[in-house]
Structure formats: C-alpha cells, structure tokens
Design a protein around this ligand. Structure first.
Ligand code: HPA
Ligand SMILES: [Zn+2]
Length: 336
C-alpha cells in the first residue's frame, strides 16, 4: 500500500515536461529557441524565483487549445496517481493564457475534462484554483475574477503567485474579499522568498485559509506561535525551495523545525517538471535527509488532507486510509 496524499500545491503549467513542450510546439507550429530537449533542460538552473518564472512563462506559451490543457492535466494526474495522490487541488495561471488569446472557458473546460476523467478512472478527487499574478496590477486579477463569478466558471478557489518580493499581499485585499464574498476558497503564496510579514498580511488582509510555502515564518517566533495556535495549513515544497535557492541545501531546509514547532505542514511538488520530481520524490528526499519515521510521514499525509478543501465525509475517509497505511507499516516493522 502506498502512502495516500493530498497534493495541494501544484501548478499545472509546472508539470509541463520538456518533451511535452517540444511535442506541443510542433503540433501548434511554434518555434522554440532550443534545438533539443537537452538544450532546453540545460536552462533548468535557477538563481532565484524570478529566474525560474521567466522560463516557466515562456515555456507555457506552447499551450494553445483546450485539448492541450486536457492532455497535460491527464499526464499530470497519471503521474500523481502513481505517487499516491488521492486528492489534488490544482493551480493554474489564467492571466498567462488569456494574454495569449485563449478564453477562460477553453482553459477551464480542458483542465476540468482531465480532472473528471481521472476521478472516474481512479477516484482521484479534485478542486481547481485560479492563481492571480502578484506582479500584475490587482485590477487585472479583479477583471478575471469578476468574469469567473459572473460567467459561473467551474473554479473552487483563488490563489496568488508569481514574483513575491516587492508585491505584498495587501495589494490584493479587494480581490480576495470579492472572492470570499462569492463563496470561493482563498489561498496565497507567502513567505517563499518574501518576509514573514507577507505571511501575516496574507492572514490578516487576505484572510487566507492556507498559506503556500510559508517557510519564512521561521524568522518570526511570534508568527510561528500564531500559525501553530490557528493550525494554519502550510504547503511546503522542499525540492522547489532548494532549486529556487530559498534554502541553500536540503539539509538546511526548516522542515524538521517546522514539524517540531507543531506547524500544520504538508509536502508538495510546486512545479515538478522543473524542480526534479513529483510528490513522491519530494517525500523520499526529505524522508532520507531527515530520517523521518513512518509516524512523521503519516502526520504529513494527515496534514495534507486536513489542509484540503474536501468535505468532512471525504476527508474522514482519506484520514482512515492514512491510519490504515500507518498500521500496516508498524505491523510490517514489528514482524521484521
Ligand atoms: O513557487 C512559485 N512561486 C510563485 N509563483 C509560482 N508559479 C509557479 N511556481 C511558483
Ligand atoms: Zn507555487
């Protein structure tokens, strides 16, 4: 039995593998500035968040049709299912695709078709979260959000992503309040590269239900105490943090201290095609680096379902699957 998990921090466009970028470019008649997959892959060395985002936004320009979105959603879910994912809350960047002339309906219908097929095939449940760019004006996010609400697009929540430094969450107060008033879930990237104060703003101004990354909270003991008290879910992405140099090496990652402090941490893959692995790779890397026990892994898995937007009944049944996994591991260890 594989450890059952909820993947709560995955950007669909970040699952676009180099081979798929080439295949879609060829299908859609787009010239890439690289001769080969290897040449493209050679650019996957990042100094910080921005150096990654520049390549990430350029590569996603190969997505041109609703079918493209369905194809990459299906490819991601095939891979995710194999790594134990039982529930996914998928991010996508509507502004990137609308800017290229696609309609919201084309993008969302393609993604939804892939999500629904995976649910029928494997029972992998899902939510879909539209992430707004913090480097773009809040008015652009608001315009799209209003379109989502008035045209009744199948979106479960909104998030906030892209360049963090210099773009504090408070710029998006009105956008988030409109989303909450219209029954959408709200999450935001905060404290990946940005300071602990951005996490505080995400809580106090945006009133988020979950913080994406959040690792910089460790600079601020008072904030840690509050996050523990509120049991605020933090979606931590270890391989992303290493590749974007938010931490120097995996050994320097604050995960053990975060768990020790009682923070509600779960592990996620962020942009798996860029950062060296899917959810299973993230989990094995930290399990090995920090000698995590099966109980630690069960806690991380439980936190992933507890931090999700699944309803009570579904969450309970997933938590029972985690308990069954742990019982099996402990039983096997005892018999060895
Ligand atoms: O790690 C990230 N941070 C901000 N924006 C993003 N968009 C994709 N991945 C990321
Ligand atoms: Zn992210």
């Amino acid at each position: 039995m594989i450890l059952p998990l909820a993947e709560l921090h995955i950007h669909l466009e970040g699952s676009l593998e180099p081979e798929t970028i080439f295949a879609l470019a060829s299908k859609n008649g787009i010239d890439l500035p690289y001769e080969s997959v290897e040449e493209l892959r050679a650019h996957y060395e990042f100094n910080n968040l921005q150096s990654f985002l520049d390549l990430f936004y350029a590569n996603m320009a190969v997505l041109r049709t609703s079918e493209d979105f369905k194809e990459i959603t299906t490819a991601y879910l095939n891979r995710a299912h194999a790594s134990g994912v039982r529930h996914v809350e998928l991010f996508f960047d509507p502004q990137a695709h609308i800017e290229r002339g696609l309609s919201l309906s084309e993008v969302i219908s393609g993604i939804r078709a892939g999500l629904e097929e995976a649910e029928q095939r494997w029972g992998v449940t899902h939510k879909l979260i539209a992430c707004f760019w913090r480097h773009a004006p809040a008015a652009s996010a608001m315009e799209i959000l209003k379109m989502i609400v008035t045209e009744n697009h199948a979106i479960d929540g909104i998030g906030l992503d892209s360049s963090e430094l210099g773009f504090p969450p408070e710029l998006f107060e009105e956008v988030f309040s409109y989303a909450r008033e219209h029954g959408l879930h709200v999450v935001a990237h905060a404290g990946e590269e940005g300071p602990a104060d951005y996490i505080r703003q995400a809580l106090d101004v945006l009133k988020v239900e979950r913080v994406d990354h959040g690792i910089r909270c460790m600079d601020d003991p008072e904030l840690v105490a509050r996050l523990v008290k509120e049991q605020m879910p933090l979606t931590v992405c270890p391989l992303s943090n290493v590749r974007l140099r938010a931490v120097e090496t995996l050994a320097d990652h604050p995960l053990p201290q975060m768990l020790e402090a009682g923070l509600k941490v779960s592990l996620h893959s962020d942009d798996p095609a860029y950062f060296g692995g899917y959810l299973d790779a993230n989990i094995s890397a930290v399990a090995e680096q920090f000698s995590l026990t099966v109980s630690d892994l069960a806690t991380l898995a439980r936190n992933s379902f507890e931090g999700s937007f699944l309803d009570e009944a579904a969450r309970k049944s997933r938590l029972a699957e985690v308990d069954a996994w742990l019982a099996l591991q402990l039983d096997t260890t005892r018999r060895d």
